[in-house]
Design a protein around this ligand. Sequence first.
Ligand code: KIV
Ligand code: ZN
Length: 513
Amino acid sequence: MDHVIIFDTTLRDGEQSPGASMNVPEKLRLATQLEKLGVDVLEAGFPAASPGDFEAVQAISKKIRGVQVAALARTSKEDIERGWAAIRDAAKPRIHTFIATSDIHMKHKLKMSRDKVIQTTLETVRYAKSLTDNVEFSAEDASRSDRDFLCRVFEVAIDAGATTVNIPDTVGYSIPDEFGELVAYIRDHTPNIRKAVMSVHCHNDLGLATANTLAGVKAGVRQAEVTINGVGERAGNTSLEELVMSIHTRSSLLDLCTRINTREIYPTSRLVSMITGIIVQPNKAVVGANAFAHEAGIHQDGVLKNRMTYEIMEPATVGLDTNRLVLGKHSGRHAFRQRLNDLGYDLEKKEVDRLFGKFKELADKRKELLDEDIEALVAEEILRIPDVYKLLYLNVVSGTVAVPTATVKLMIEGQEAQGAGFGIGPIDATFNTIAKMVGSSAGLLRFSVNAITGGMDAQGEVTVRLQENGLVSLGKGTDPDIITASAKAYINGLNRLGYLKNNPSLKAEERRL
Ligand code: KIV
Ligand code: ZN
């Protein structure tokens, strides 16, 4: 069977989703999980975009040894130099450079002639090749480009040293037959195409990203660019789990395989959702909460008789085991540390000790803790940026007759402070009180609450999006009590806003929001 290279761009195109920016520890954590998932190439970021991006790509390059680490760069010497500086320490670095090839982009955005685009491609790919053997070239907006011009650009890129040529459907405009034909045309009309791996990169504006990627694969590409949960610019990118499970489930039809460890799909999906605060829709293929839920009586009856009646994949294949290892209040430090290691967290002793205390507190409230609960604890306690504001105490009075009132004690830059306030509901009262105490006028753009696991005693996971003076931040909080989870999320959002204000290097990331 032929192997399809899985190029994951969750950390780059995925991070371009509105509200999805991640901090460096979060990116490192995700990169570690992507390595465990078995992706072949991991696009760590766009180093020339901001100092924050550069720092993250460099940190990932130093840490991740088993996967190729790619840096995105425009076709300019400065971008390539910056990209290379960020990935030069990687075990397997790749420079990914791109230029638009559609008439509409060349005329209005680049203001370049076709000849100039060819010349720029030649010079930049050649320069990238002088730094590393592993160079990918993308023709942005390929699906709306003149086909013969596209073939010419790819020919020049390959002659200049590109080892992978990527065909993006940048605006998600193609439909599968048409996209498959485009790939076949490029394959048949680019004289030196066999010297490079062909790749596709599809966006989901018409909901066709996975179908278009499969059409490309059927027409001969051997690299697919994807993101976890399909996160990405606008309507997102091809989702890794949909493509990989299509290839896995229909391998005899397609005669193809990937190197993905499918059992890591669900844990990776959870992690991305937790880090970005972007909740997976319940009916999302493969990883949605309802993906394996059978509601109709006839279906339930069939599944009980033989799962294959209505199930084309086993939940365990994507890492959704019902008999996962459960920890509880009697679990010891050793089992806890082991579970953290199995989940991919390589933490220092003092971090494990801190987490273990929190774990015991939570285990006292809930009988059983699942992996998701432990991941939420790590996100709460370890992956956070340094807190200026910390919640010490919260008491809320609310009900059908009482005026919702909150009393809050915070640690503000090392000093304890207490305040009280009202609101139209308990969460509003809590947010008003905290805002007054820290002197914030941030607006609340989004508030969402989600249960991390099933059951009446599930932890609540709250995400808020705050905006102040043109900056936008995402705050997350988890707790068995959803009002406390909301307070934690709000405080986390305020801490992140403060962090952005004090770190101008990160502002470029936030401007993308
Ligand atoms: O969508 C796109 O065209 C891209 C390129 C940079 C590959 O993300
Ligand atoms: Zn893209």
